[in-house]
Write a protein that binds this ligand. Sequence first.
Ligand code: FAD
Length: 387
Amino acid sequence: MSDTILAPQALSMLSEEEQMFRQAVRDFAESEIQPHVSRMDEAAKFEPELLRKLFEMGLMAIEVPEQYGGAGGTILMASLAIEELARVDASAAIYVDVHNTLVTTALLRSANEEQKRRYLPRMATDLLGAFALSEPGSGSDAFALATRAELKGDHWELTGRKFWITSGAEAGIFVIFANVDPSKGYKGITAFIVEREFEGFSVGKKENKLGIRASSTTELILENCRVPVENVLGPVGRGYKISIETLNEGRIGIGAQMIGVMTGAFDATVRYVKERKQFGRTISEFQGVQFQLAQAATEIEAARLMVYNAARLKDAGQPFAREAAMAKLFSSQVANRVCSLCIELFGGYGYSKEYPVEKFYRDAKIGTIYEGTSNMQLQTIAKLLLK
Ligand SMILES: Cc1cc2nc3c(=O)[nH]c(=O)nc-3n(C[C@H](O)[C@H](O)[C@H](O)COP(=O)(O)OP(=O)(O)OC[C@H]3O[C@@H](n4cnc5c(N)ncnc54)[C@H](O)[C@@H]3O)c2cc1C
């Protein structure tokens, strides 16, 4: 065999740099975040100091080129960070996920040089980002959005309401989608870079949620919100394309979040079954329990490989939309199954907030909903399969 042909590598093999990065995030999550997790979940509030530390750790500009103050890394590295954070706290993971895989990605793909120089260095330092597509009346049917943008000389005026916006309470910069000409349908949708301080912009009600409770999810209110013309992101009328392409990448991040959530639940369960005794033996000695764990471990492995594969495809510049949708669909389904099993293996204790698995179970559910519900992933996969 010619030695110019690269030997195929196992998907789960990481470079030395990737291993060191993953270990650094794991150590940070366990030492700095873990002590606050249940208090933040109960209070439904993320510790501002931890947000600052996420920036300090370099976790908020993973894929941003060094010339804009980022780490010049890959989506695989972003996925490793999201997975490790979610192993401890899915809320911490989603702050990093949305900022990196949606907001930063949208700017890296579509911003002009001036916009990149103006925003990316700040987004690497302390400016948190949010991505606002959904509205009260449009979720899966995202392009039916009702927010309007009207050109008024040197600025646009945005009017409407955005719903379910992750990090809305803390973000300083928002990528907001609005329609400039509803007669053109989805071809009127345009992306805007909106700063929190812009006139006519305000943050509305914060949701009280089932899971990822420490992550803020808010309404945004746009009342003739003044956005300078230089803050249009990408061409006018191409917002639909920006949102589709950005969400394709974002789904890899949600897949990674789900891997982290189920791994956290599973690791705690493996420790527990080796300690808990019934019928004079640890419950891990029962073959019925062993088989349940073996099945779960197999599904986690499959889901992880799908997420890493989608990430590696994207990093290699190959098409990845189908694989990303599959990875998001499958990892969120497996996370729901595995976290449910973990509660059962903890027995009654699994149902109590004294133990960690009930939170993982609540946090797993969102994976089947945001960035496209499971049905929407199936629709994407089917469309790509049958085209
Ligand atoms: C915690 C949280 C955070 C979020 N963060 C953000 C964010 O940061 N930015 C943002 O823009 N949005 C965000 N969202 C919104 C999220 O993306 C939407 O909730 C999601 O896309 C589903 O839309 P919907 O809630 O309107 O449900 P609907 O679209 O009303 O769907 C309801 C049900 O109908 C099914 N359905 C709908 N249409 C079809 C169809 N054609 N075929 C088959 N089934 C269908 C769906 O699968 C689902 O089961 C967030 C949501 C939550 C809960």
